[in-house]
Design a protein around this ligand. Sequence first.
Ligand SMILES: Cc1cc2nc3c(=O)[nH]c(=O)nc-3n(C[C@H](O)[C@H](O)[C@H](O)COP(=O)(O)O)c2cc1C
Length: 206
Amino acid sequence: MHLNEEQIEELEKIYRINLINSCSGYKSANLIGTVSKKGEENLAIFSSITHLGSNPPLLGFFLRPTEIVPRHTYLNIKEKLFYTINSVQKNFAEKAHHTSAKYKRNISEFDITKLEAQYINNFIAPYVKLSSIKIGMKFVEEIKINYNKSRLIVGKIVELNVEDDIVSKDGFINLNVSQIATISGCDGYSFPIKNERKGYQKPKKI
Ligand SMILES: Cc1cc2nc3c(=O)[nH]c(=O)nc-3n(C[C@H](O)[C@H](O)[C@H](O)COP(=O)(O)O)c2cc1C
């Protein structure tokens, strides 16, 4: 397949969404848990959560434009400033995927999917009880991408809850042991079974 800029622009909508969403490779799969100032819980799947730095420990995610379709995750983060990022595992990937459906703000995806909410150490936002990795986040800043009206939401990791048996002695988390999902496109879920760690690289002596 070869497509130039013009041909890409002319692609049929769904075909273009699928193609462009999968061409950059596998993405992380996470559920973001939030709560509004009225106490309404919200849970939604995101595939754009990415590492921004270890010290300070920052994670970012990209939010689709909020101007026309209100994004409850975004509204809740701006109201309460704290949110959670939770891993998606094979045994509940179906339920996790369903959180992308557009429910009204007063309807909780925790209730709809029967994914149980969990509050740990009085953290403001709800975690997903079944997730092996539960990250407590504090909002840091948002960066508007004017070209397509999306936003990069930057947050700091302020709490980390990881099942002990998947953390290696050197801190590396063995995601495959917990059957943690990765996403391609908008609805392709994979569950890697093996890691090949290649170690930290130094320049070769020439
Ligand atoms: C696999 C998958 C990945 C998604 N990733 C993102 C994402 O990275 N950013 C985003 O804004 N929406 C993403 N969405 C869409 C949200 O899940 C969807 O808009 C959801 O309704 C948001 O819920 P909320 O309004 O309760 O925040 C994704 C949907 C799916 C199915």
